[in-house]
Design a protein around this ligand. Sequence first.
Ligand code: NDP
Length: 488
Amino acid sequence: MSDNKKPTVTTSQGYPIPYPFETQRVGEHGPLLLQDFNLIDSLAHFDRERIPERVVHAKGSGAYGYFEVTDDITDICGSAFLDTVGKKTKTFVRFSTVGGEAGSADAARDPRGFAIKFYTEEGNLDWVYNNTPVFFIRDPIKFPHFIHTQKRNPQTHLKDANMFWDYMTQNQESVHQFMVLFSDRGTPATFRNMNGYSGHTYKWSNKKGEWFYVQVHLITDQGIKNLNNEEAGKMSGENPDHAQEDLFNSIAKGDFPSWTVYIQVMTEAQAKELPFSVFDLTKVWSHKDFPLRRVGKLTLNENPQNYFAEVEQAAFSPSHTVPYQEASADPVLQSRLFSYPDTHRHRLGTNYAQIPVNCPYAKTFNPVIRDGPMCINGNYGAAPNYISTLENPVEYKTQSNFNYQANQETWQGPALPYHWKVGGDIDYAQARALYQNVLSKQPGQQRNLAHNIAVHVANAVPVIQDRVFDVFAKVDPKLSNDIKTELI
Ligand code: NDP
């Protein structure tokens, strides 16, 4: 950098500092002076550098890119960013592990977060997905319980196989997700070599007001590549940041990763015929019955300039949506609609949407969302801070061309406590299909699944090990026996 382009070092208030290492003292070796604003400001700021890390998805990697529409799906979805083949929308993506702390290993056996922010002309749309098509729970109240079992024992501060398997064996709706997690897909080789799935059922609608249940799949164009259990263990020790390194370096050298985006579509009538609830997050929709329909391509082509500003402060939520895409009644999704923005308000402050990475490119205007800490966007200037009527054409314009969905679902009933208990073989059938129909066709994968479970369960007490054998016997007796044989 030439001398006239180098920034001058200043205090945080802009006062030039010719010698940044100097401190103000009484004489050469005497005590420091309280008037030394730069020293005090630097130390005080340093003391406050950290913000609370995410309770889940703390370790992550991010990149910018774009989504391009390759196929017309306006019969399913009226969102503006999907309205023309060839249209491109800027995106920011954050990949993450779930259970570990911000410094934990990228190669951990864990689901991976796959969160995408689309900066559309109708506002920001976030797809806050995972690399697995199902999840461990379908009752939202179980989330903090389940996550605690993946974290550290409150006394020993160690990961605890007893907590882990004690919970799993008594909440067996999670067996399908545990099967995926303990297959080699639980340790993807890189973020580039894994898929993303909505998991949840969403509701999309077209401009005629017709609506559909939709699940989204992002299939990696780099191909699926996994580490086996031993490779993942070695990688965790040798390079705990291997996936961050891989993503950053690939993009830096122009090798841009991409994913082909597909949807599965289901009508309300079809949903009524399913052997399980369309809102059950532990189930997939059969490819045969609900074929994948191509929508577009997501490409990542730009590294962030600053990790903290852009990746650590990125704030995604399934409640950040655009017209014609909305949440279904899936109770876990419904709880996420609240929980994600709540986390952002806690971690980043109530004005988290003003942070550049989170700021919609679309113009925002809401006269009651103003003030609060770190309000830096002009605060809507002199505009009135209330709306007195919706028919207020002078100050505010309301949207007039939005078609609300016809034939909406209707919900009625008493307010009741409800717990979605494990309901029989249907809760094991898809785990069984994965084992018997999918892994059986991939050489060594049934064996790896049994091995990966066995080496983890080995750290649990015998009574819990017995419960693990019982659960996996309901999936397939051979799987249970193979786990048992490895353990003995
Ligand atoms: P299919 O044979 O059509 O689908 C099987 C799918 O399994 C593949 O397309 C692939 O999904 C996925 N898969 C392949 N290897 C693995 C693995 N090692 N671990 C996890 N998933 C893998 O049959 P169905 O649609 O009837 O599904 C059968 C089972 O496949 C399900 O019970 C579920 O466990 C699993 N599965 C199904 C998905 C779906 O949306 N239907 C998605 C993912 C898994 P992909 O192409 O997405 O990589």
